[in-house]
Design a protein around this ligand. Structure first.
Ligand code: SAM
Length: 645
């Protein structure tokens, strides 16, 4: 044991003894955890400190803190039986706690629609002008009027118009759209300027397959008088005639006018946007990306056989995976040299020390709790800043414009960000460090890292990073670059001092635009493997079984060999959702609850388990047969994927 002491002169062993007394005799878990923490800071190899700290926090229901103790233990010995057992218990408690809190109720906080914004993309103004020109020239639709009012009409005409409108409505209900259009036309002729009737006729035209006529009607309604429904219908028509930027514009108007309450308009907006962003990326593959209740999702356009490569994906950004040659890989590839400033050096030190820093007592404090290297965030901001600076220089300016920043950030809009706690509150030191690093991006440019920016990027990385490996390591790239440099330039050779002797293994983690749209299922139909796209290392996504056209492609985010309870707990903890996949529906958690009818056994006895998978329990043969034919058969026969990082 280490003989390091704190300022009060006590050793790690003395703190551990006190922690043990607090835990065992006094049941003072708070104090026990504090003392175990101090002991471990003095000597991070004390296994008993890990266990006392971990268990004390479990008793206090401080699951995150408890996990942090065990993380230290895993570094001492990842197979230590008590730690493995305790971690299982921790998972059980997390799940129990989640269920007590209302389980699936919590999930209602998640809304893919709210997470995916509707901001205007850089360059869209011009695209919109082009599309409006097409509308006016190709479809011969006049520029929209900005004002308008209904004409005064006498009571008899008003009544006749109302009768025609009623007839039109009835025809609509009967599905007789041409007749409905005739009646609406009559009514509009009698009551010109009644924009409700014009909007209803547009709907009839649209359903009747006359999109351009429908658009003409909507165009004629002055902007201030267009309702939520009018804007929404216009969006649908514009999407159908393949004018996506205008369609987004109309759906955005509809959403705003409804104060973001009209979910249909918001949903349609995302569908149009997703097709606009992803169709060009998937054109050469038999897949496409669409928007669903779980946000973006990947679908098969055509059937595929087991083992087929469905698509290849290149990272828009990558770095060497955490704790494998981080120092080497990252500084080569992102231009953020550790020696550039004291702050970047600190960042690399934190990455090298797996998120810990040494405090004045010689102990270690964890200041970064991401499961990925913090350097990844620096890479994201680094790439945004360099793009903004390039655009600034191209425009002959000395500061990037708002438009430049927006363009530079646009590649990252493809990645969802969702987390259920505020990362910047948990990691204030890291926020400050990133602010310091990007207060000078070069060329006198400063990039603002607000807490919202930090949280957004942190959860983008949490939700979307994928590890992969490739034959070409950053080391090779670096050496190759060195051999191509000017022989009189001595800087590359000075950099050699940063290199390790042996080339590190090429384990990367990166953000892949199409791959990041794959949702999870514990009955995944695709598997992610290392891939190579024209010499660029990346991932290939293969069919795990035969896949039919239009099926959604699902990967797995976890080791699907785990029992359902643990799978759900981990998915909830790490990805914020409660899994309802087909497998989760046809497996159970507890042997004393019938997986099919949910009946609880009276005396707590176990019901017989499915003889093949042992992951479902039935109170009767009848229940077993029903479950088998409804879906258990498929999941029971499948060989499930092991861990996929
Ligand atoms: C890598 S992204 C997958 C694509 C995502 N749907 C999007 O719109 O970008 C991971 C996130 O998708 C959502 N997700 C993935 N699989 C899901 C599932 N089976 N049920 C609910 N949400 C899921 C979760 O919010 C998760 O954090």
């Amino acid at each position: 044991m280490s003989d390091l002491t704190t300022h009060d002169g006590k050793t790690a062993e003395e703190y551990l003894n006190e922690a043990r007394t607090c835990y065992v005799d006094q049941k003072d878990y708070k104090r026990a955890a504090e003392l175990a923490d101090i002991a471990l800071k003095l000597d991070p190899t004390i296994l008993e400190g890990v266990i006392i700290g971990g268990r004390a926090c479990m008793n206090l229901k401080k699951f995150e803190e408890s996990y942090n103790f065990y993380k230290i233990g895993l570094k001492i010995d990842p197979n230590q039986p008590t730690i493995v057992k305790d971690l299982k218990e921790l998972q059980r408690l997390i799940l129990e706690d989640y269920e007590k809190l209302g389980g699936e109720e919590l999930e209602k906080g998640y809304s893919a629609l709210q997470l995916c914004g509707q901001d205007v993309y850089p360059g869209d103004d011009e695209l919109l002008r082009n599309e409006y020109e097409i509308i006016e020239k190709k479809y011969k639709i006049e520029k929209p009027a900005d004002t308008g009012r209904s004409l005064e009409i006498d009571e008899t005409t008003r009544q006749k118009a109302a009768k025609a409108a009623m007839a039109a409505h009835n025809y609509m209900l009967m599905g007789k759209y041409s007749e409905a259009i005739d009646q609406f036309t009559k009514a509009i002729e009698m009551q010109p300027g009644n924009n409700i009737l014009v909007r209803l006729r547009a709907e009839a035209y649209f359903i009747n397959g006359q999109a351009v006529e429908a658009l003409k009607d909507l165009w004629a309604i002055p902007k201030p008088q267009r309702t939520v429904d009018a804007w929404k219908l216009g969006g649908k028509i514009l999407a159908q005639i393949d004018l996506p930027v205008s369609a987004e514009f109309w759906f955005r108007k509809s959403s705003k006018l409804s104060r973001m309450k009209d979910e249909e308009a918001m949903f349609w907006f995302q569908k149009v946007r997703v097709r606009r962003l992803y169709d060009p990326l998937t054109i050469e593959y038999g897949i496409h990306v669409d928007f669903t209740e779980y946000g973006r999702a990947v679908f098969a356009k055509e059937s595929a056989k087991a083992g087929d490569i469905l698509f290849l994906d290149k990272p828009i950004l990558h770095t060497v995976a955490r704790n494998v040659g981080v120092k080497l890989g990252t500084f080569i590839m992102n231009g953020l040299c550790p020696s550039r400033s004291e702050h970047t050096k600190q960042l690399y030190d934190i990455a090298d020390n797996l998120g810990f820093v040494y405090n004045e007592n010689g102990g270690r404090d964890e200041i970064w709790d991401g499961h990925f290297s913090p350097v990844i965030l620096a890479r994201i901001w680094g790439s945004i800043a360099s793009m903004a600076i390039r655009l600034m220089k191209e425009s002959g300016l000395d500061q990037p414009t708002v438009e430049h920043w927006a363009t530079a950030k646009s590649p990252y809009r493809k990645f969802i960000a969702y987390g259920n706690s505020i990362a910047s509150d948990r990691m204030p030191v890291m926020l400050k460090l990133f602010q310091d690093i990007f207060s000078n991006c070069g060329d006198g440019v400063k990039m603002e890292i607000t807490p919202a920016e930090f949280n957004g990027r942190f959860y983008q990385a949490t939700c979307n990073l994928q590890s992969f490996s490739g034959p070409i390591t950053p080391y090779h790239v670096f050496l190759n670059n060195l051999s191509n440099t000017d022989p009189t330039d001595t800087r590359p050779f000075r950099m050699m001092t940063h290199l390790e002797e042996a080339p590190p293994t090429a384990n990367f983690c990166g953000m892949f635009p199409i791959h990041a749209c794959l949702n999870h299922s514990c009955l995944n139909n695709v598997e992610v493997c290392d891939g190579d796209d024209n010499g660029v290392p990346g991932v290939s996504v293969r069919a795990k079984r035969d896949i039919e056209a239009k099926e959604e492609l699902f990967t797995t985010y976890i080791d699907t060999k785990m029992p359902r309870k643990l799978r759900r707990a981990w998915l909830y903890k790490s990805f914020n959702f409660w899994c309802h996949c087909q497998r989760c529906l046809f497996e159970g958690d507890d042997p004393d609850v019938c997986t099919h009818c949910k009946k609880k056994s009276e005396d707590g006895k176990k019901f017989p388990a499915c003889g093949k998978c042992h992951k479902a329990w039935y109170c009767s043969v009848k229940c077993q047969k029903k479950a088998w034919s409804r879906g258990h058969k498929i999941i029971c026969k499948t060989e499930h994927s092991k861990t996929v990082d």
